[in-house]
Design a protein around this ligand. Sequence first.
Ligand code: TYD
Length: 289
Amino acid sequence: MDLVIKFNLFQQYQFEAVIHLAAESHVDRSIASPLDFIYTNIVGTANLLNAARAIWADNMNDKRFYHISTDEVYGALGATGAFVETTPYAPHSPYSASKASSDHLVRAYHDTFGMPNVISNCSNNYGPNQFPEKLIPLFINNILHNKPLPVYGQGLNVRDWLYVEDHAKAIDVIFHKGKNGETYNIGGNNEWKNIDLIKNLIQIMDEELGRPEGTSLALITYVKDRAGHDLRYAIDATKLKTELGWEPSIKFTEGFRLTVKWYLNNEQWLKNVTSGNYQKYYEAMYGNR
Ligand code: TYD
């Protein structure tokens, strides 16, 4: 494994800021290949921090290293409550443990080396261009092709969903106005039980595809639960709203419909990303259904 740190790009372009979004992000893949997550998310973040530190060492004042993270670092909630920025970290999957670890490294570089760092932890994103390993694009693709919809466990887990453009706007605000050394939670205030979200998706898909209402409900297939499956995530984004003035702007009904339409209008994109290695992933994950 190549752990050599390469500063070339930083030296060449003298970046003044880094917005670090690059990560392995799918929990199921982290269960199948934990080391990929440790290498990309932990070692990768450490490499970026080192590269930034090497070129910023003389004057860090006007620089910024912004790490984009996940609400999954906080672990799982019961039926009530929401994660705040001071909720203790309690990750359960190799994915969330790797993101927790990279958050700690970012804080350590702030505290130890005075690097001007900021972190945000966001809830589940949905929208165009999301790889169909994640629930919503995977199920859109399956409904389109009349394939079974693998619902983990009883579909009772709860997630908070945020439209991707709202996340992008939050990142813009935090990047320009956030305080160094601070963490900001980003959420959609939009909790859904998986099975309710899936039934809503089926309704929209049947409508958009001109199928009689409820046709695709027959595709719902309950499968073995994900190992260590977190029951519920919910975000309290009060800090971001009161300190920096951000709140979600796109209603779920609007964003969800836009999302479905985007995938239906971009079938070639879907075809491209679901060819090749995707087939192998799908078979290993869900069997050859
Ligand atoms: P996912 O999109 O993988 O996001 P995360 O695990 O980071 O929240 O999954 C969202 C929810 O949907 C989660 O509770 C797991 C569930 N899920 C299924 O039931 N079936 C699936 O095939 C997938 C991918 C997810």
